[in-house]
Design a protein around this ligand. Structure first.
Ligand code: GLN
Length: 189
């Protein structure tokens, strides 16, 4: 299983390591040709406005949109969750999101109270709690009827799945626990 990690910006290597640990073969994606060669894609954390611009300038925007519409499995963390969402709240006017999962996401949503924090999450389908690292994290404000909410913080969804698309407001690649990456690989990748 060749799993691309979008490598325009942000935390790429920790995702590659997590995927390798689970027996997948990670590959950096910076060009349309590299995207064409992968079976699934991780969109990492970073800065969603910058990532949106780099997707345009790299020529990846169109091909990415096509692959997502045809059901490519995808996993977005933090900024990646924003990039994959249907709607972005508190985004920049020119910021693009790809509608791979029917959620509305608010950028820097916890930021008003606290910039970054860690929390033990109860995740549907996992036996023990998962330690979530949140860094200027978004949360989900609205979910469509086909979206499963797998974890929430103070009632705000932070881990959601819809078919082969998984999104996390936190950074599972920054802890050694691979269970959330495994959920992604099991969901379709
Ligand atoms: N706040 C960032 C954004 O809006 C996301 C932060 C992150 O990915 N750690 O894109």
């Amino acid at each position: 299983m060749k799993v691309g990690v979008l490598a325009l910006q942000g935390a790429v290597e920790p995702h590659a390591e997590a995927l390798r640990d689970l027996g997948a073969t990670p590959a950096p994606v910076r060009t349309p040709a590299q995207l064409a060669g992968v079976d699934a894609l991780v969109v990492p954390g970073g800065e969603s406005t910058t990532m949106s611009k780099l997707l345009d300038t790299s020529g990846l925007a169109g091909p990415l949109s096509d692959r997502l519409s045809s059901g490519m499995p995808a996993f977005g963390t933090c900024a990646g969750m924003i990039v994959l969402a249907r709607e972005v709240l508190d985004g920049r006017a020119d910021q693009r999101s790809y509608g791979a999962i029917d959620i509305a996401v608010r950028r820097n949503a916890f930021g008003r109270q606290v910039d970054s924090f860690e929390a033990d999450l109860d995740v549907a389908g996992l036996e023990d709690s998962f330690h979530g690292v949140f860094i200027r994290a978004p949360f989900v404000e609205a979910v469509g009827p086909h979206v499963e909410v797998l974890a929430a913080v103070d009632g705000h969804p932070v881990l959601c799945r819809s078919g082969p698309v998984l999104v996390a407001a936190f950074h599972p690649e920054l802890t050694p626990d691979r269970r959330v990456h495994r959920l992604f690989l099991e969901a379709g990748a």
